[in-house]
Design a binder for this molecule. Structure first.
Ligand code: COA
Length: 202
C-alpha cells in the first residue's frame, strides 16, 4: 500500500486475528508451543536479555508456566504476541509483542526479546518494523510506545531505525546491581509511519 493511501485505510482488523508477517530475514507467526518452547525458555533466561529488559529472572525448570503462557497467547483478544522466526534456520529466536492496548486512544506498548542466536543480524530491526507496521496498517493504532534502558544502545538504535522518537527520560527507573539506570520513553505515531513506513530519513 503506498504511504499516501494510508490515512484512507479503514478496513482494520482486530486483536483476535493472529497474523503471520513475512519479512526478508524473519517470519513473525503465532507460537507453536511444542516447537518454540526450548528457544523461548533459553531466550527468556538469557542473563543478558534479563538485564537488558529489566526482567525478573524466571525460576529454573519452570517450563509449565511458560507452556501455559505461550499456549494461551492466541486466545488473547486485546494484545498480539508473535514468535520471531529466523528464516535462515527456521527456528524461533524470540518474541515481539503489542500489549497494554488503550482502545479509546488507539495506543499500545511494544516489546521485543530475542535470544543470543537471533541477535546482531538485523532480525530485531525487521521484527520491530513488521510488528509496528501491522499495528498501524491493520490494527488501526495511532500511537505505539516503549521504554528502553540507557544501557541498551542496540535496542534504541533498532527502534530509531524504524522511526521511534525519544520523548522523555524516566530517571533512575531501574535498579541495576548497585546502581540506577534511566529509561527513555519512545513512541511512533500513525502519521509518522504513513510518511516513512518504518524507514525514516537518516
Ligand atoms: C534489541 C534487539 C531486539 C535488537 O535486535 P538485533 O537483531 O539484535 O539488532 P539489529 O541487528 O537489528 O540492529 C541493531 C542496530 O544497533 C546497532 N548496535 C548494535 N550494538 C550496538 C551498541 N552497543 N551501541 C549502539 N548501536 C549498536 C547495530 O549496528 C544495528 O544498527 P545498524 O544496522 O545501523 O548497524 C535484540 O538485540 C534483543 O532482543 N536483545 C535482548 C532483549 C532486549 O534488549 N530487548 C529490548 C528491550 S527495550
Amino acid at each position: 500500500m503506498p504511504a499516501g493511501e494510508f490515512t484512507d485505510f479503514t478496513d482494520f482488523t482486530d486483536f483476535t486475528v493472529k497474523p503471520t508477517l513475512t519479512g526478508e530475514k524473519v517470519v513473525l507467526r503465532p507460537f507453536d508451543v511444542v516447537a518454540d518452547l526450548p528457544a523461548l525458555s533459553e531466550a527468556l533466561r538469557d542473563p543478558e536479555a534479563v538485564r537488558l529488559t529489566g526482567s525478573t529472572p524466571l525460576p529454573p525448570d519452570d517450563d509449565a508456566s511458560l507452556r501455559a503462557w505461550y499456549g494461551s497467547r492466541d486466545a488473547q483478544p486485546d494484545r498480539l504476541d508473535l514468535a520471531v522466526v529466523d528464516r535462515a534456520s527456521g527456528g524461533c529466536v524470540g518474541e515481539a509483542v503489542l500489549n497494554e492496548w488503550d482502545e479509546r486512544n488507539r495506543g499500545c506498548s511494544f516489546r521485543i526479546l530475542l535470544g543470543p542466536a537471533g541477535r546482531d543480524r538485523g532480525l530485531g530491526t525487521e521484527a520491530v518494523r513488521l510488528t509496528v507496521g501491522y499495528g498501524f496498517e491493520r490494527l488501526g493504532l495511532h500511537r505505539i510506545s516503549l521504554e528502553v534502558y540507557a544501557f541498551n544502545a542496540r535496542a534504541r538504535r533498532a527502534y530509531e531505525k524504524v522511526g521511534f522518537v525519544a520523548e522523555g527520560v524516566l530517571r533512575d527507573a531501574l535498579r541495576d546491581g548497585d546502581g540506577w539506570v534511566d529509561a527513555t520513553v519512545m513512541s511512533i505515531l500513525a502519521p509518522e509511519w504513513a510518511g516513512h513506513r518504518g524507514r525514516p530519513p537518516a
